[in-house]
Design a protein around this ligand. Structure first.
Ligand SMILES: C[S@@+](CC[C@H](N)C(=O)[O-])C[C@H]1O[C@@H](n2cnc3c(N)ncnc32)[C@H](O)[C@@H]1O
Length: 224
């Protein structure tokens, strides 16, 4: 049995499992495994999911935070509605989208999760640089939308800019770890930065009247 054959069998396993359990993506298992290990979600949490399509992480987050929680996502692509969550089509780099997310969340998030990935060019260093750029936007989103003490899960493609990104994360959070869940493809260069103890930010908050809207949340389901 070759390594490649084993890796393919493993990927196939998660793909089938996702189908069977009705998850939109095999990525759902990565989030489940990350939470199993780091216990990052709490009941009643407000969750901001960046790069949410097709919705696997939204499904998992809804179950983890329960009926008192709130889960809001954004993606460039539209997400088929997930019961208990709301999402918008938009670009994380746009202030307008940030404003809309803030309005939907009805306050600051307890946890920001990002599985964002750039369009893959196939050129390793380009894809790495674009992934790090998305992570920097994710940190900027945390600056304006994460509460003090809040938590972060953020995907990045490995490469030489990783140290700088880690430092940028460490400047903001008390605890930072880098982790590769078992459900990530063995051939993949992706890693997850896991952080808690957000120190808060001096960044001016997006001035907005935060409407206390209550979307229809019908169903729903500790540390480093
Ligand atoms: C790997 S997928 C996310 C899978 C998702 N976590 C799930 O479980 O279904 C990465 C997503 O990041 C989104 N993305 C990339 N750049 C983005 C940006 N600038 N703003 C919003 N979403 C972005 C892509 O459209 C893509 O759907």
């Amino acid at each position: 049995m070759t390594q490649r054959w084993l890796a393919e069998r493993r990927n196939e396993y998660y793909y089938r499992k996702a189908k069977k359990l009705d998850y939109r993506s095999r990525a759902a298992f990565k989030l489940l495994q990350i939470d199993e290990r780091f216990r990052l979600f709490e009941e009643g949490d407000k969750v901001l999911d960046l790069g949410a399509a097709p919705g696997g992480w939204l499904q998992v987050a809804v179950d983890l935070v329960g009926p008192e929680g709130r889960v809001v996502g954004i993606d460039l692509k539209s997400v088929k509605p997930v019961e208990g969550a709301s999402s918008i089509v938009g670009d994380i780099r746009s202030t307008e989208s940030m404003r809309e997310l803030r309005r939907l969340l009805g306050g600051k998030a307890d946890i920001v999760i990002s599985d964002m990935a750039p369009n893959i060019s196939g050129a390793y260093s380009t894809d790495h640089a674009r992934s790090v750029e998305l992570c920097e936007y994710c940190l900027a989103a945390a600056d304006s939308m994460l509460r003090e003490g809040g938590r972060l899960i953020m995907k990045v493609f490995q490469g030489d800019l990783m140290n700088g990104l880690r430092l940028d994360t460490e400047r903001r959070f008390d605890n930072v770890k880098v982790h590769s869940p078992d459900a990530s493809r063995k051939t993949s260069s992706e890693l997850y930065i896991i952080a808690d103890g957000f120190r808060g930010s001096d960044v001016e908050e997006i001035e907005d009247e935060v409407e206390e809207i209550k979307p229809e949340f019908t169903k729903k389901g500790t540390f480093l």
